[in-house]
Design a protein around this ligand. Sequence first.
Ligand code: PHE
Length: 359
Amino acid sequence: MSVPASVDLTTLENELLHEISSAGDLPALEAVRVSALGKKGRVSELMSRLGALPVEEKKTFGAAVNILKSAVSAALDARKSVLEASALNERLNTERADVTLPVRLGPVAEGRIHPVSQVLDEVIEIFADMGFAVAEGPDIETDAMNFDKLNIPAEHPARQDHDTFYFSPGSDGTRLLLRTHTSPVQIRTMSTQKPPIRIIAPGRVYRCDSDQTHTPMFHQIEGLVIDETTHMGHLKWVLEEFCKAFFEVDEVKMRFRASHFPFTEPSMEVDIGAEAIGKPGQWLEILGCGMVHPNVLRNCGLDPDKYQGFAFGMGLDRLTMLKYGIPDLRAFFSGDLKWLRHYGFGVLDVPTLGGGLSS
Ligand code: PHE
């Protein structure tokens, strides 16, 4: 078999290099590669002819074909990088991201934060800023925690004020109950932590009561500060700072009325001037408070001659109704989606003191 002259190789090389340089995209280039270097490609075919050649020619022709092969491979690689770069540029030119567009929330925008959860976050934010930690206690309590240790012995008239849900007595005669207030968390905290203590304790509480402003389950926030020097001036300051921050006003009128709780002495109820919520001329009761009773300190193993402090308790649902103008408490717990869409908050409306609590 006669061997093709080296001219043939030059022509083939020129042809292939031309095909390579005119391949307009990656698939076209791949087709050229297969037609040249593929198993049955034109270069591979030359290789398979080598066997039939006389030894001398085999050498020179083989070397020439190898040079051709490398030249074609190099050209293919070079063209491939050019085409890849232009494909990327093409994408970069057509697929634009406008980073100034507003965030698309997708399904996140569907959900609403319940107003009580939002207000809880607001309250925690305010007290955390004043150095309070958040404490918790169980919803199911003992008589001792909910009443006795808080200086409310059996037969005390205050027990009648709390329409308590009791469980059936256990085999040992003890009766568990649904806590009627968050004050048992005071006891749990003082019995397990050494002063100085500075906590708030939010949570669910239960009383057998239901009308427009009462539901059998509602939410309270307890506050407790115990050390060796805390006095009523501090109590008044903390509550005033809280009210200003919570209602987002510079001034708030507050009225401290003498009251009675068995676990504080003296005890007070606090009203705020309703101008804070845009209704001048009225007083609104928002919380109960007082200096922790020496008996309560003693019941928790603290020496009342050494330690003193204050406690307060407020209704979270009531604060929510006042701040956001929600008229009926029962709707809070009715699971009505229409209501939640109206009064609820966006998932990303996280309250912060710096960014404005409710804006
Ligand atoms: N526990 C009281 C209530 O539920 C509120 C309160 C707490 C009063 C702490 C004084 C001190 O009514």
